[in-house]
Design a protein around this ligand. Structure first.
Ligand code: SF4
Length: 702
């Protein structure tokens, strides 16, 4: 039977694997890894290869707009006009009475670049508030700030092909074997091909990624920065730093050296809970490397000290000169498929499009001029947690949630519930009726999902891909971009008369002209023809840019990278006699975020079908807990009940809980974010999901 082939990109993680979607005459689709795609070369992980089940199973889909006429009324089906008339009337009224900063949009790293661009244009340009933030704030905002502080701009400098040219990998606070599997497969292949390649893993847990590690530094949670400084100390003492690069292309080395020499290796080893020998051996691997890649993600980013941890890691690349050359560089792994695209279009409360910064008056003027609006407000927008705090304290009256499930994914779920109850007007725009914010919504808008709309995304290596539409959305569901444009028109705003996504993208591309992320040479036709392109791409003649900073010039005021001495240590929630254990949360191999999609796929549910708590055998035995016992995990903000998984793969004193399960998808109450707190990094405003004080007790014998 003849098949039609559509090109797309996997909509789960930030690796950005290319997918061929094959559709037969009866409309049945199947998925294959694109063998010609430079990211995955035909490979897909378990999540990606099962994407077609998610598209085919429409059982949970929101099909029609629904509205509540009052807080105590049930949701009723309405038409799009009625729904958006109500939304615009309420927004106009609230803004008139309470000012533009009384409304907020909370969006998602799942959104396509065009959607991200439009929601930012709508809020920052026309609603006159910068209250638009994203769940990417929970994922990589600490990395964004660290790149800006060290390299001058939020630019991931590497290309994935550096994996095949590196001979030393430092993987910190990440389990790519489960969470970025295709990147990991490429690292595994590099190690298989070149057994001398060294892999250093830094993690409080023995994860799947440790299986090929030469050294696993099983640190105490929260001590990564001390470890990175200890590695810096060893490199300096061994003479394994690049003095020429440091002298010609960086500032700040002397202050860094003074700082790292202050802590002895003995002290560092004790603080981190690892041996001096292992620190020294890891440093010697780095010191002998011709290509040195540092990879990290949530373990460093999701911390009250996230920016400091990032800085200390990037410093290792800078003092060794391992940046801007083959096989080398800092390589932050993005969690969401389009977290990077969101960063590019200014999809956070503190950013503007094309890596412009909200606090810079010249940047605000450029953006205002481009959008033909009077001005962009200089007042910083509220970030993710601040938006919900605002809803709880009454300063945010209306909150519009797009493509994210905050009652499962945000820290301290109790506060999010209180915020949504208090907000005067809540809009939930999603594909799935499993979004747990729906019971609090005054308006529910059905959105089109992956494959049901066209657009672009950017992966972790700055690679832009075009995603084709290959099927239609069910019921009356509309692409998020279409919903935003219709709402903008109801509000009476100009500048939203796009007839297709190519026009939206063209406007954004034009906006990048002359910036460091210039893609003004790009358009949909060229992108489709080329398949994918790494930015910058200022013109078609010059072509794409694989690796940044090959000329050792950095976009800082003096062109030099800034080796950073980290700021003051930020407070973690301290364990206490009442709550003596440290809870860290994370992901499992076959589930994605809050499981609204992967939870529908039987094959994926088989891997680890139920939520569990990993606990060390000694901590379990002290509490009379045996394998599979039902345990109560309690903390300062709430509790969860689930089964114990006793394992010596976790450090004594630490327990681990997957973040995926919420109320709707689990009868037992196992939402990890009942326990996480409100600590955020003061610079990046990223919440801490890796350090909460808890107690574990036996609930009942299994
Ligand atoms: Fe999708 Fe990430 Fe798996 Fe690739 S590695 S198939 S992008 S989930």
């Amino acid at each position: 039977m003849s098949m039609v082939n559509y090109k797309s990109t996997c909509s789960y993680c930030g690796v950005g694997c290319g997918i061929n979607v094959l559709k037969d005459k009866k409309g049945k689709i199947s998925i294959q890894g694109d063998p010609e795609h430079p990211v995955n070369k035909g490979m897909l992980c378990s999540k990606g290869m099962n994407l077609h089940y998610v598209v085919e199973d429409k059982s949970d889909r929101l099909l029609h707009p629904q509205m509540r006429w009052g807080k105590s009324h049930p949701l009723e089906q309405v038409d799009w006009n009625t729904a958006l008339d109500r939304a615009s009337a309420v927004f106009k009224s609230i803004i008139k009475t309470h000012g533009p900063d009384s409304v907020a949009f909370y969006v998602s790293g799942q959104c396509l670049t065009e959607e991200y661009y439009l929601v930012n244009k709508l809020t920052k340009g026309f609603l006159k508030t910068n209250n638009v933030d994203t769940n990417s704030r929970l994922c990589m905002s600490s990395a964004v700030m660290a790149y800006i502080k060290t390299l001058g701009e939020d630019s991931v400098p590497i290309a994935y092909e550096d994996i095949e040219q590196a001979d030393c990998f430092l993987v910190a606070g990440a389990n790519p074997a489960w969470c970025h599997p295709i990147i990991w497969r490429r690292i595994e292949k590099q190690k298989e091909k070149h057994p001398d390649v060294k892999i250093i893993v830094v993690d409080p847990r023995i994860t799947q990624s440790c299986s090929i590690a030469d050294i696993h530094l099983q640190v105490h949670p929260g001590t990564d920065e001390v470890l990175f400084h200890a590695l810096g100390r060893c490199l300096i003492e061994q003479g394994d730093i690049d003095l020429d690069f440091i002298a010609k292309h960086t500032d700040g080395f002397n202050a860094y050296k003074e700082l790292v020499l202050k802590t002895t290796l003995e002290d560092a080893a004790q603080i981190c809970g690892v041996s001096i020998n292992d620190i020294q051996m890891a440093a010697s691997f780095i010191g002998n490397a011709r290509g040195f890649l540092t990879l990290w993600t949530m373990g460093l980013n999701q911390s009250a000290d996230g920016v400091n941890k990032n800085l200390a890691l990037i410093d290792l690349n800078l003092i060794t000169g391992h940046i801007g050359k083959p096989g080398s560089g800092p390589f932050s792994l993005t969690g969401q498929p389009n977290a990077m695209g969101g960063r590019e279009v200014g999809g956070m409360a503190t950013l503007l499009a094309s890596h412009r910064i909200l606090s810079n008056p010249a940047h605000r003027n450029e953006v205002a001029k481009f959008w033909e609006v009077e001005n962009i407000s200089e007042k910083p927008g509220k970030t993710a947690t601040q938006i919900f705090e605002g809803a709880e304290d009454g300063s945010i009256k209306a909150i519009w949630i797009i493509c994210t499930n905050p009652l499962v994914s945000m820290p301290d779920a109790r506060k999010i519930e209180a915020a949504l109850k208090k907000a005067r007007f809540v809009v939930v725009q999603d594909i799935s009726d499993k979004n747990e914010a729906i019971p609090y919504a005054d308006l529910v808008l059905p959105a089109a999902g992956w494959g049901e709309k066209e657009g672009t995304m950017t992966n972790s290596e700055r690679r832009i891909s075009h995603l084709s539409q290959f099927t239609s959305a069910p019921g009356e569901a509309l692409p998020d971009a279409e919903i935003l444009m219709r709402f903008a028109k109801k509000m009476g705003f100009h500048g939203f008369d796009f007839t297709n996504m190519a026009e939206v993208y063209a406007e954004y591309c034009a906006m990048t002209k002359g910036t460091n992320i210039d893609i003004s040479g790009l358009d949909y036709d060229h992108l489709k023809k080329r398949g994918t392109i790494q930015w910058p791409f200022p013109n078609k003649t010059q072509g794409e840019t694989r690796r940044l900073f090959t000329n050792k010039k950095f976009p800082t005021p003096n062109g030099r990278a800034q080796i950073q001495v980290s700021g003051p240590k930020n407070a973690f929630e301290k364990p206490s006699p009442e709550f003596p254990l440290v809870l860290t949360t994370g992901r499992i191999r076959d589930q994605w975020h809050t499981m609204t999609r992967t939870g529908k796929v039987n094959k994926l549910n088989k891997h680890l079908p139920k939520p569990f708590l990993e606990i060390h055998p000694e901590n379990a035995s002290e509490r009379g807990i045996s394998q599979g016992s039902t345990v109560l995990v309690s903390g300062n903000r709430g509790e969860v009940r689930l089964h114990a998984q006793i394992t010596d793969k976790i450090k004594k004193g630490v327990v681990f809980l997957p973040m995926h399960w919420g109320k709707i998808l689990q009868n037992d109450f196992a939402r990890a974010n009942n326990l996480t707190g409100n600590a955020i990094d003061p610079v990046s405003k990223q919440p801490d999901f890796k350090y909460s004080a808890v107690q574990v007790s036996l609930f009942k014998k299994s």
